[in-house]
Design a binder for this molecule. Structure first.
Ligand code: CAP
Ligand code: MG
Length: 418
């Protein structure tokens, strides 16, 4: 058998996948080989194959060969659908899944570009994942917020606050109406602001604001770090009565996230997923891994909310893509609970009606600069944001609402509308 025939053995366009196969969709551009051979090479390298024919295949290897069952032209390249027998995958091990379906294939010379677009785990595979502990319903319950979007603010600048300065800002933000204080992604623990001291002081402030306002307030505290450090930090958060942890899920990787999902369950903590570094592989539509795949896998593991983009703010990610991801995160999916999409990046009060019109109320809205840049400070910024959201929900125009909200009026003067 020639090498090409060997690769074509992984292609059968008449094949109908079984219910217990895992389907993966790829976009690819062949480099000097036929589209069939290129697709066959993807299926081969991501399942059982190597670069040459072999002297022998054990029975299980033969049964585990992935099959390209659909191949269609798309733009500059092709879309292939590949069926993977479950014998290829370890139960409940997302790290292993990605080392197969998003592994060596990205480096193959036979492809100019390759993008992992989507994957469809059958129930037999999915059942080994717990998904989120709380999800939308659980979070709405513990926050006591029935049907409006949740609000969050990252104190900006991203860095440089002492614990006492940070506690003061937190007091202002929470008192002004923000539900969730959020640490920035690169803000963890420093000589001028140690995590342990921040935990102690910030939850005390939270308790005070809760008593004063009668509202539930939470803190998306950034525990990101090596797994053993994250575990200790999560224990501290739980000991101080925190309900949430924030993890930057791409930089920590699937292994650490799966580990922390277990820790979070033991401690009763919800997980806020930030996604710094995702754009290194999600941004080029012809290469890498789609944000949809990242969000789907994170939901499987069990984050309770994840950043997905805004379409109207400062980050890349167009409306259609964000809409599709958010729709998926909120949909029913076997035993895996729906989770909150987080809209963040370049938002300000003037954008609220459009944001809510586009994505609805099941949303966490994070506004950093657009609150912290308010001419009258964070409390006024928080109030302006809350009023803008209220207006959007009541169906009142921002101009109208601004007549009774001087904070909103000033925010609109500074940042305008859409
Ligand atoms: C937003 C933010 C978030 C980004 C992440 C920032 O601040 O804190 O990390 O939104 O991007 O550092 O830029 P602003 P994404 O509200 O001041 O813009 O949500 O797209 O993952
Ligand atoms: Mg940030």
């Amino acid at each position: 058998m020639s090498k090409v025939e060997w690769y074509l053995d992984f292609v059968d366009l008449d094949y109908t996948p079984g219910r217990d196969e895992l389907i993966v969709e790829y976009y690819f551009e062949p480099n000097g080989v036929s589209p069939e051979e290129a697709a066959g090479r993807i299926a081969s390298e991501s399942s059982i194959g190597t670069w040459t024919t072999l002297w022998k295949l054990p029975d299980m290897a033969k049964r585990s060969m992935a099959k390209v069952f659909s191949l269609e032209k798309s733009g500059e390249g092709y879309i292939a659908k590949i069926a993977y027998p479950l014998t290829l995958f370890e139960e409940g091990n997302l790290v292993q899944l990605f080392s197969a379906i998003a592994g060596n294939i990205f480096g193959m010379k036979a492809l100019k570009n390759l993008r992992l677009l989507d994957f469809h785990p059958p129930y037999e595979y999915l059942r080994h994942f717990k998904g989120p502990q709380y999800g939308v319903k659980g979070i709405r319950e513990f926050m006591g917020i029935e049907d409006r979007p949740l609000t969050a603010t990252v104190p900006k600048p991203k860095m440089g606050w002492s614990v006492d300065e940070y506690a003061e800002i937190a007091y202002e933000l929470w008192s002004g109406g923000i539900d969730l204080l959020k640490d920035d992604e690169n803000f963890t623990s420093f000589p001028f602001n140690r995590f342990e001291e921040r935990v102690r002081k910030l939850y005390a402030v939270r308790d005070r604001v809760e008593a004063e306002t009668g509202e539930t307030k939470e803190y998306l505290i950034n525990i990101t770090g090596p797994a053993h450090v994250m575990e200790k930090r999560a224990q501290l958060v739980a000991a101080e009565g925190g309900q949430y942890i924030m993890i930057d899920i791409v930089v920590v990787g699937w292994s650490a996230l799966q580990y922390m999902r277990e820790v979070a369950e033991d401690l009763g903590l919800a997980i806020h997923a930030h996604r710094a570094m995702h754009a290194a592989f999600t941004r080029n539509p012809r290469h890498g891994i789609s944000m949809f795949v990242l969000a789907k896998a994170a939901r499987m593991v069990g984050v309770d909310q994840i950043h997905t983009g805004t379409a109207v703010g400062k980050m890349a990610g167009d409306y259609e893509e964000v809409k599709r991801i958010n729709g998926f995160l909120l949909s029913e999916w076997e035993h895996i609970k729906p989770i909150f999409p987080v809209a963040s990046g370049g938002l300000h009060p003037g954008l609220m009606p459009e944001l809510i019109r586009l994505f609805g109320r099941d949303l966490v809205i994070q506004v950093g600069g657009g609150v912290m840049g308010h001419p009258d400070g964070p409390r006024a910024g928080a109030k302006a944001l809350r009023d803008a959201i209220e207006a959007a929900i009541e169906g009142v125009s921002l101009e109208e609402k601004a007549k009774e909200s001087p904070e909103l009026k000033k925010a609109l003067e500074k940042w305008g509308y859409l």
